[in-house]
Write a protein that binds this ligand. Structure first.
Ligand code: AHR
Length: 338
């Protein structure tokens, strides 16, 4: 059963179409090649944004990045007139799987999902495929066969890890003891940022990762884990590599509570480029942030429309991302949207 809203939208759209066709019939017969071209454009069987019904399974609200991402999806749906059925998975894969099954039962046109972890999606994606509903991966990849999803829209997390490592090598002059705050265990960004960072560090034997623990992408856990690292290694720590800015902000608090200066005594490089990271750079407490763009709403719905209308789309649409340093932070902060 389709959602009632979607059903009403379709009736409304068909009614508008009927009026347009009747109006065209009444118009001057000699007038118009132009009218018939535009009517053909409306009545060519393609779906418009106003008719599109999208089920979207979000991970949760673990970080500022995620909040920005959710806002972008909701605002884009609203402004395009898309009917969005949004579900917050609260960090649990089983909640996301349940949401996807509900979307299938509701016969949505397309499903968007940001998978909390990489594995365990094969069956539910197969169910969507069997129901003829395309799945689009947004922000995070899933480890499934390529025929089970239409496209992946999101970042190159391995490259983000490589970039963080290059910045860290520069900051430490190629030598030092690092601790790492890892993202959610089993998630694509945690796996890839871990790998990309180590790929670059292979060439710098003086750069040693002395501890690596998950902080689950949250400020509270980042602070807690950094506190543990400081109790264990204290002044031996030269730098923190954090898989996201929220955990880095937690680490900043822990370093201050320990009596050291974040950004000076202990260098910090993290990923996302949220507004609070810019403020931390302005305050001299963070040394760099690697951008990971959450503003994917408009691109997602454009992609969804193409997919349901049978247009071919790339298997991966990568986001464009930059690296930001303290010297530019004050100028850039006012224009940051997340
Ligand atoms: O998948 C993107 C990651 O998820 C962001 O880097 C992190 O902040 C978020 O929670």
């Amino acid at each position: 059963m389709r959602t009632m809203n979607g059903f009403l939208k379709r009736i409304r759209f068909s009614f508008i179409l009927l009026i347009l066709v009747l109006a065209a019939c009444q118009s001057d017969a000699g007038s118009n090649a132009a009218d018939s071209v535009s009517l053909a454009g409306v009545d060519d069987g393609t779906i418009a944004y106003e008719e599109l019904v999208v089920g979207y399974s979000q991970i949760g609200a673990e970080s500022e990045w995620r909040t920005g991402n959710t806002t972008s999806i909701k605002e884009a749906a609203e402004s395009l007139g898309v009917e969005l059925i949004f579900s917050d998975g609260q960090q649990k894969q089983e909640n996301q799987i349940r949401a996807i099954r509900t979307f299938i039962a509701q016969q949505v046109d397309v499903i968007g999902v940001s998978p909390v972890v990489e594995t365990g999606w094969d069956s539910v994606f197969q169910e969507a495929k069997d129901a003829g509903i395309p799945v689009i991966l947004v922000d995070r990849r899933a480890d499934v066969a390529e025929d089970l999803y239409a496209s992946y829209l999101g970042s190159d997390f391995v490259e983000e890890g490589r970039n963080a490592a290059k910045v860290m090598v520069d900051l430490l002059g190629g030598e030092g003891n690092l601790v790492e705050l890892v993202g959610t265990v089993g998630s694509a960004p945690a796996i890839d940022r871990y790998a990309g960072f180590r790929e670059v560090l292979q060439d710098y034997p003086g750069m040693k990762i002395i501890a690596s623990e998950t902080g689950d992408f949250t400020r509270a856990k980042g602070e807690e884990v950094m506190g543990d690292f400081l109790r264990l290694y204290g002044d031996e720590i030269d730098a923190v590599y954090s898989h996201n800015d929220d955990m880095a902000i937690g680490a900043i608090r822990a370093i201050e509570a320990y009596g050291l200066k974040p950004g000076e005594d202990i260098k910090i490089v993290s990923i996302d480029a949220i507004r609070d990271a810019f403020q931390a750079m302005i305050d001299g407490k963070l040394n760099a942030t690697i951008e990971c763009n959450p503003l994917l709403g408009p691109q997602f719905f454009e992609l969804a429309l193409k997919v349901v209308n049978g247009e071919s789309v790339p298997k991966w649409i990568p986001s464009e991302e930059k690296i930001y340093f303290p010297e530019d932070a004050a100028e850039i902060l006012p224009s940051r949207r997340y």
